[in-house]
Ligand binder design. Structure first.
Ligand code: SF4
Ligand code: MSK
Length: 671
């Protein structure tokens, strides 16, 4: 029997989502929101206390002192489950990085159709970082050697993997002393799976040590490689105009929605939509052309580079189909709900799988092959165009928001200092002076068990009022975009006085969209460069910064949290903890949960905590930022000292008679 359902308003704060949820109810169709209401989570599994690693189980341990058939204790079972999740998350990101590295190799050897090296400057910079000779060599020669180096990191056996050298000296030493430097990206995942097989590692701290090694192989390895190669092949992001939410779908065009994570096919589809052959084909079918939009991180990849509109974040994948206006949803890897196929059967939408790793029963499979990238992209678009005639009634909500994404670490560096003196100095100085109280990275997914976008945007809005500069990636960034928080300087009336001064002076929005979830590696780079710039300590654990994933749901989020903590960051997750315990009553029996906070803080200076209440998240974030400020000897945060300069000041001055302006500016009366 169906359980009590939340109202559309309780399910999402997004008006477009609410409209589509009402539409789903009218049609009697399910979504992840209604399935979440119907499916109560299993408390034992949610706390990581169910072990099904061998045929003697599954064993559920719920009482103090209880063990599995083999004698495994609660803490061992929780650590093994968490370790395996982190390995799965790290695999997803890293395998993406591997595919990118192989694409770079293929481009360097002229084996692809349609791909080129777009950002030669980034190619040379990255290659030089790894001591690959660049002078007098062609981009393809450099790319070939860099691709080989990247590919070698996956199969390396002894390590440490070379991208670790991009961390601060102090951080590298911490990892070396604790012997958690990844030896090879694949090796760490295999090690994690081996040691959590029945009858292996049974010391939770030792299991968590391998979880750290595996996560570092993701953040500083696979993910960083993925980001670098994407920039080299498709361009390093810089600010660009975009739009977000279901209102980007169009009634008079063929709507193609790309969803997943990898940029290779979606970049080619974006190019193919502009091809005269495709435009003519669409016109012949009665449409004005092809309108490309994205969901999840594939959307972010093409948004931050080309400004391709975003139809929504994770929980919008089904809602976009409910509009009846999507001719094809083209998916690659990760975060793709199997429910799409059943839902699409009620409309004309074709679900097209494209990855050799992802097939869904009932979907159309058109496998991507970079050697024929443009041909396949055009075939996919023609399939979508052919489907246009099948379209029935459409219900596209008119909600959409403008946004300015594209803040790569290279662009942040440039925007703060210009071409000739690119520098993080103004950012560091802003923090040191107290204009910027600190930095928060708000990242991660939607989760239908919470109100869509509420936790993500509430936390962002409250921190902005407190002069905290916010950087975002993934579905969190799309939530902020839909709420109008990425609107350039238009939202500055909602931020604290000091942060507003900095945003006005530099010309940046107070929330910087940095890319997809793989691009959390950019946040590691920014924090490291802030440390190198000076004045904020000698490592990430001293910077007044916090990472938050208020609506997390994926195993990748757990891998990201772990590599950020091991890099020195305080990370706060909303929702429930995968290792049990309640935040308001963690006690000594919550051994693993305690270890992720206190144990990891002792070892790495960073910690992971699970805090469901958004106001408590904000309080904990500010407390941490203020503590780090005090530890650095920085002035106590005092918003009353700021807000009397920049554009605000100019507006006030304009209201004064000319004769009074000089006195107001210089404190000296006019002659
Ligand atoms: Fe049960 Fe131990 Fe087997 Fe896990 S490994 S299922 S706890 S017997
Ligand atoms: S897509 S991992 S729901 S951020 Fe990167 Fe969004 Fe989370 Fe997937």
């Amino acid at each position: 029997m169906a359980k009590k359902q939340r109202t559309p308003q309780e399910k999402s704060i997004d008006p477009a989502a609410q409209k589509m949820l009402i539409r789903a109810d009218e049609l009697g169709l399910e979504t992840a929101f209604s399935r979440a209401d119907n499916m109560a989570p299993c408390n034992i599994g949610a706390a990581g206390l169910c072990c099904k690693l061998c045929g003697m189980g599954p064993c559920r341990v719920t009482k103090d002192g209880q063990t599995g058939v083999c004698g495994a204790t609660m803490d061992t079972i929780q650590a093994r489950n968490l370790g395996r999740s982190i390995a799965a998350g790290a695999s997803a990101h890293s395998d993406h990085g591997r595919d990118m590295a192989f694409t770079l190799k293929a481009v360097a050897n002229d084996e692809t159709e349609g791909f080129v090296i777009r950002d030669v400057a980034k190619l040379r910079n990255v290659a030089a970082t790894y001591d690959i000779p660049i002078e007098g060599r062609s981009p393809k020669e450099i790319a070939n050697e860099l691709a080989d180096l990247f590919i070698a990191q996956f199969g390396s056996q002894v390590g440490p993997i070379v991208p670790l050298k991009r961390a601060s000296q102090k951080r590298q030493k911490i990892w070396a002393d604790r012997k958690v430097q990844p030896r090879g990206i694949d090796r760490e995942v295999v090690d994690m799976l081996h040691r959590t097989h029945m009858g292996d590692d049974q010391d939770y701290e030792h299991i968590m040590e391998q979880a750290v090694r595996t996560a570092l192989a993701d953040g500083w390895g696979g993910s960083m490689i993925g980001t670098d190669v994407s920039d080299i092949l498709f361009g390093t992001p810089a600010p660009v105009h975009g739009q977000a939410n279901l209102g980007v779908l169009k009634t008079d065009m063929v709507n193609v929605v790309v969803h997943g994570h990898e940029p290779t096919l979606s970049q080619m589809i974006a190019a193919a939509t502009q091809d005269p052959e495709i435009i003519a084909y669409a016109k012949a079918a009665g449409a004005k052309g092809v309108n490309l939009a994205g969901i999840c991180c594939t959307a972010n990849e093409i948004l931050v580079r080309q400004g391709v509109p975003v139809a929504g974040n994770f929980l919008h994948q089904e809602l976009s189909i409910l509009t009846g206006a999507v001719e094809a949803m083209v998916v690659d890897v990760q975060c793709i709900m199997q429910a799409l196929v059943n839902l699409a059967e009620n409309f004309h939408t074709k679900i097209i799988t494209t990855s050799s790793k992802v097939k869904i029963k009932g979907a159309t499979h058109m496998e991507f092959d970079e050697r024929h990238a443009m041909t396949i992209a055009k075939d996919i678009l023609k399939t979508a165009i052919d489907n246009f005639k099948e379209r029935g009634a459409t219900h596209i909500p008119d909600d959409k928001q403008d946004l300015i994404p594209g803040f790569s670490h290279e662009y942040i560096n440039y925007m703060l200092g210009g071409s000739y003196r690119a520098s993080f100095r103004p950012l560091n100085d802003g923090i040191i002076s107290g204009r910027i109280r600190g930095v928060a990275a708000i990242v991660g997914c939607n989760n239908p068990r919470s109100q869509q976008d509420y936790l993500l945007t509430h936390v962002a809005e409250e921190l902005l009022k407190q002069d905290v500069l916010v950087v975002e990636t993934g579905c969190g960034a799309i939530a902020a975009a839909k709420k109008g928080l990425l609107l350039g300087e238009a939202g500055l009336d909602k931020v604290g006085p000091g942060l507003r001064e900095i945003c006005e002076a530099v010309g940046i929005p107070p929330v910087l969209h940095m890319g997809s979830c793989v691009d959390n590696s950019r946040i590691l780079t920014v924090l490291t460069q802030m440390v190198e710039e000076g004045g904020l300590g000698d490592d990430i654990d001293q910077v007044p910064a916090v990472g938050l994933a208020p609506e997390w749901m994926s195993e990748k989020a757990l891998a990201i949290a772990t590599y950020c903590v091991a890099s020195g960051a305080y990370v706060i997750f909303g929702g429930s903890s995968p290792v049990g315990g309640m935040p308001d009553r963690i006690d000594e029996s919550d051994i693993v949960l305690n270890y992720l906070s206190k144990g990891w803080e002792e070892a790495y200076g960073g910690k992971l905590e699970f805090i469901p209440d958004p106001d408590e998240m904000v309080r904990a974030t500010l407390a941490h930022i203020d503590k780090k400020r005090a530890d650095l000897g920085l002035p106590e945060y005092d918003p009353t000292r700021f807000g009397k300069s920049g554009d605000t000041r100019m507006l006030e001055l304009e209201k004064l008679p000319l004769s009074e302006r000089r006195e107001s500016i210089y404190g000296v009366a006019a002659d």
